[in-house]
Design a binder for this molecule. Structure first.
Ligand code: C2O
Ligand code: CU
Ligand code: CU
Length: 575
């Protein structure tokens, strides 16, 4: 198995470039992760040691190396088997972030890989050409393992992209850039310190690269555990955004600032024609991030910034990821930014079958809980045993994301790519109008996305939706949904009653058609005795009923609506 080139000894001690243009001493050549391709991809999650900051080695995790992992190159339509071997002392999983795969292949929290064992998902690549990524996703330890270094990029190519005059020579005019800030404190990666003060790209700080004097492509991924970035160039040159999370845009969008939130990817083109000899920096302009966003001058719109937040100079500060020096052209350069790109067909809101609402709220009110979490989605923390939503295969759905907290949350949905309908009622900027799987929901704001749940149904194995601030996710700002094919579930448009899981152990979730207006749920046992009665507030469309105190056996769940009408379903309780 290939080891990542990033592993190479001498990377940090090798060529030390001294370049003009700023008061910067030593720089490290930008490492370019090795690539893996073909029908079989072997990955091992392993322990290592890495100096995110020169001279400060810390214990790390990486795929096939000390840190990060190889870039996986896939072609749309190809079959692939990924053998993921866990050589770490921890439980783990590996999730293919952004890929449209079945829930068994998705690598969410239920697909645990035990130490010294291998998980081998196998699927056909159904995605559009774009920049995706992979990372561990075990519930409660995603932050720990990702922040320690485990993450890699996935590049998918397809015929539509191949036909465009775009730079695509990996590592030459087409660069993977995994942008992260790392909390390296006293020889350790320290979570939840707020001290993510080491700025790294592809695992190194003070990175420098020479790029040819032509059009170049940067695949930017924010792989930070919590920090939002606002990307820009120090020479005020435009960046032409050509792709978002799930593929190419319809046409390039020139921007001078590009918000890049945890989990998000954008592909941008830079036109370096005629610039040979010039030097400039790829920056994050944290001073310009709106308050309420992690990394902005004030992380809370309520003015209740936690103690210590401003001690981290990166918060509200402008900092450099990469020094770019323009060198000679390559032999066959791309020299123009194409005028048009891919066919992008957003789903029409009029075609939506279902609207679901997800409300984010602090678990505890008060100055700390409001700003630091934990945060609930629809009143609940993540529970691996609770299915929060059931989606019918093929349904087009609008998901309304309402953030009743003082901080912004980058919200991610597995399985699908969505289109953003609006943010606080207004259309989003052009670069956010393509296919997305992460969207920032601003403090006290609302975002609506539309998507369709095609191809993969499974009555048991859920997909996740969650905040991609890893601490929030680990603390429970996550939920799970089943995609089921129609046979098992009542018509989602009607007043029918859905109950899951069924059989149930601790709790059941019930959902009903909006028109029913139920006022109470009751459970009656096999002898017709009412054993549980729960009132339901007006206007809800779902409720969770705790059945943990009931004896195992058959029951009937009855919903009574405001007008006295009833709907009933059998429910089995098991232990
Ligand atoms: Cu990048 Cu559910 O994750
Ligand atoms: Cu994901
Ligand atoms: Cu969050």
């Amino acid at each position: 198995m290939e080891r990542s080139r990033m592993h190479g000894a001498g990377l940090l001690t090798g060529a030390v470039l001294l370049m003009g243009g700023g008061p910067v001493a030593a720089q490290t050549p930008l490492p370019i992760p090795d690539t893996l391709n073909g029908a079989t991809i072997d990955l091992s999650l392993q322990e290592g040691t890495w100096s995110f900051r020169p001279g400060q080695p810390v214990p790390t995790y990486g795929y096939n190396g000390d840190v990060l992992g190889p870039t996986i190159m896939l072609e749309a339509g190809q079959p692939v088997t990924l053998n993921v071997t866990n050589l770490m002392p921890d439980l783990t999983t590996t999730h293919w972030h952004g890929l449209h795969v079945s829930p068994q292949n998705d690598g969410g929290p239920h697909s645990l890989i035990y130490p010294d064992s291998t998980w081998s998902p196998s699927f056909t690549v159904l995605d559009k050409a774009g920049t995706y990524w992979y990372h561990p996703h075990g519930h409660g330890f995603t932050d720990y393992q990702v922040t320690r270094g485990a993450a890699g990029m996935i590049i998918i190519r397809d015929a539509e992209e191949q036909a465009l005059p775009l730079p695509r020579t990996y590592g030459v005019d087409d660069l993977p850039l995994i942008l992260q800030t790392k909390p390296v404190v006293a020889g350790e990666i320290m979570l939840h310190t707020g001290l993510d003060s080491v700025v790294v790209v592809n695992g190194v700080c003070d990175a420098a690269v020479m790029l040819p004097a032509q059009v170049v492509r940067l695949r930017c991924l924010n792989g930070s555990n919590e920090r939002s970035l606002l990307i820009g160039l120090s020479n005020a040159m435009a960046m032409h955004v050509i792709g978002s999370d799930g593929g190419l845009l319809a046409a390039p969008v020139p921007v001078d600032r590009l918000p890049l939130h945890p989990g998000e990817r954008y592909e941008v083109l830079l036109d370096l024609n005629g610039m040979a000899g010039q030097t400039f920096d790829l920056m994050s302009y944290g001073s310009e991030l709106p308050n309420g966003v992690m990394g902005s001058p004030d992380v809370s719109v309520a003015g209740t910034t936690p103690d210590g937040y401003t001690d981290n100079a990166l918060n509200g500060g402008d900092f450099r990821f990469l020094r770019i020096t323009v060198g000679p052209q390559t032999a066959d350069p791309v020299t123009a930014i194409p005028a048009t790109l891919a066919v992008v067909t957003p789903y029409a809101e009029a075609d939506a079958d279902v609207t679901r609402t997800f409300v984010f709220a602090p678990e505890t009110m008060g100055p700390v809980g409001m700003v630091e979490g934990p945060y609930l989605i629809n009143g609940a923390l993540y529970d691996m045993d609770v299915i929060n939503e059931v989606v019918e295969l093929g349904a087009t759905e609008v998901w309304t994301l309402t953030n009743n907290t003082m901080v912004a949350h980058p919200f991610h949905i597995h399985d699908i790519q969505f289109h953003v309908l609006d943010r606080n009622g207004a259309p989003v900027p052009a670069h956010e109008q393509g296919r997305k799987d992460v969207v920032l929901v601003p403090p006290m704001g609302t975002v609506r996305v539309i998507t369709r749940f095609d191809d993969f149904a499974d009555p048991d194995m859920p997909y996740m939706y969650h905040c991609h601030i890893l601490m929030h996710e680990d603390e429970g700002m996550m939920g799970q949904f089943l995609v089921v094919d129609g046979s098992g579930v009542a018509d989602r448009k009607g007043d029918e009653l859905l109950v899951w899981p069924n059989p149930a152990q601790e709790a059941i979730t019930i959902r009903w058609g909006a028109a029913a207006g139920p006022s109470a749920a009751t459970l009656t046992d096999a002898r017709g005795r009412t054993v549980l009665r729960q009132a339901i507030g007006r206007g809800g469309t779902a409720a969770r009923v705790d059945v943990s105190t009931l004896a195992p056996g058959p029951y009937v769940l009855t919903l009574t609506d405001q007008a006295g009408g009833r709907m009933a379903r059998p429910v089995h309780i098991t232990r």
